[in-house]
Design a protein around this ligand. Structure first.
Ligand code: TXA
Ligand code: MG
Length: 324
């Protein structure tokens, strides 16, 4: 509960998952492992439970939450689920892909989940612990990343405690997150037009090519000039380590904590082999270490801007943006 000082961490085994399910049923908050980052979960159909998420994170109430579901059948209870939505998730569900689709007007979701929008963000996670949890409860789980709003996202149970200790009823420890950056967010617009709202582990260009080759008439659109704050996680300053961050650095200053990539070794190295998937998995751990170090500033090596590298650079730019 929010007045506890210390949050209990339990192993995400069968007993841990059963306990988490009970807490969620009664409207509590549980930090859960997913394949991307740890999520701060509550039942999405309860206004009180969802209000607790916003309070624990200190999250602005105009920033809607992702609703986690077990399969497409469950998705159909909450959203207009047409052939474009079916095509979008065919390959990557369960997995790190969130789709923003029109919400059903009578969907049993707390109003705050969608923050007043007429769309809903749905994700079917692949992590076995989340899957087991979603099988055990008969409601979907609203779950933003399990960190104070604006801070670095958590990829371990320990990271969750750094900003949410005492504010969550339980942390389920499922080890480090495999992918390490948040899901790709894809909005499905009228006429089946796809729009990328957040780059992530699922490469939408590759997905688009796949559909082009198989003859499915999907259009994809991502307009960087369009600055509507529709996914406020996309606000400039986010994932902030609390000290200045320099990107694409060639030469590190003595007072900088260095984050390396490839042969450019740092105090923490994203991937010495220059593998982007490995770099994504290590990104937030390196930022957490950089934040905790004595060095007052952070320097980051250049990271190629292809595939999941786009998501890494997106998060790094936001970590480097001055807080407003
Ligand atoms: O990988 C992930 O997606 C993780 C794990 C826990 O599932 N979750 C996550 O949640 O990253 P969060 O709250 O940190 O980011 C959700 C993003 C926010 O930028 C929010 O604005 C956007 O999704 N979002 C949610 N509902 C939306 C909607 N209806 N339309 C547009 N954007 C939406
Ligand atoms: Mg977040």
């Amino acid at each position: 509960m929010s007045d506890k000082d210390v949050t209990e961490v339990v192993l995400a085994d069968a007993a841990g998952i059963a306990r988490a399910a009970k807490i969620l049923e009664s409207g509590g908050l549980v930090a859960v492992p997913t394949e991307t980052v740890y999520g701060l979960a509550a039942r999405a159909d309860s206004p009180d439970a969802v209000a607790r998420i916003y309070a624990a994170k200190g999250r602005p109430d105009f920033n809607p939450l992702i609703v986690h579901i077990r399969d497409e059948d469950q998705a159909r209870r909450y959203a207009v689920w047409d052939t474009s939505a079916e095509a979008a998730v065919m390959i990557h569900w369960p997995g790190p892909l969130t789709v923003v689709v029109p919400a059903l007007p009578d969907a049993a979701l707390a109003k705050a989940v969608t923050a007043g929008l007429d769309t809903v963000a749905l994700r079917c996670p692949a992590h076995p612990v989340m899957r087991a949890l979603l099988e055990q409860v008969d409601f979907p789980l609203a779950a933003p990343s399990a960190n104070r709003s604006g801070f670095i996202s958590p990829t371990t149970a320990q990271h969750v405690l750094e900003t949410l200790d005492g504010k969550v009823d339980l942390v389920l420890d499922g080890g480090p997150a495999a992918q390490g950056v948040e899901s790709t967010i894809l909005a499905i617009r009228d006429g089946g037009v796809w729009e990328e709202l957040r780059p992530g582990p699922v490469d939408l260009d590759a997905l688009h090519r796949h559909y082009f080759e198989t003859g499915l008439p999907q259009k994809i659109h991502s307009d960087p000039a369009d600055d509507r704050v529709e996914a406020p996680g996309q606000l400039a300053s986010h994932y902030a380590p609390g000290k200045p961050v320099r990107l694409d650095v060639q030469k590190v200053a003595p007072d900088e904590f260095s984050i390396g990539f490839g042969r450019w070794a740092g105090d923490c190295t994203l991937s010495s082999a220059g593998m982007l998937e490995e770099a994504a998995a290590n990104l937030y751990e390196c930022l957490h270490l950089a934040a905790a170090s004595d060095k007052p500033r952070i320097a980051v090596a250049p990271v190629p801007d292809t595939g999941i590298g786009r998501a890494i650079n997106d998060r790094l730019r936001r970590a480097a943006a001055p807080a407003d």
